[in-house]
Write a new protein. Sequence first.
Length: 125
Amino acid sequence: MKRVTLNVQNLPAQPQRRCGAYSSCTSLRALILLAGLTLVAVEPALGLPSPQDTPEEVLRAEIITSARSPIDGKPLTAAEYAQLQADLQVPGPSRPVVGRSLEKNINLLRLRKFLKTFFPFLPIP
């Protein structure tokens, strides 16, 4: 097999490309500038709402004649909805009603927790 050696010094020098006034670099710069301007010009149009959307001012001025129950989601009339809102504003009992023996056990558990807070070393079962 023959070995071929390449002498780099004998190769012709490659001309360096410079971006001149009328070279391919100018067209590349123009293309990048055009793409940037296109993106800037399109951007404000993306922020606009679609024409089918109803403006918020109109929606705020509308009178709602039907609603849904917040409890079970059933449709209600305006009068039923107002009555339900009034009923929900009335406070219920602050504590649930339980039997006497269960209330006694709850109170004993609260007492045990209180004692364990201050006397953790006591053998309270």
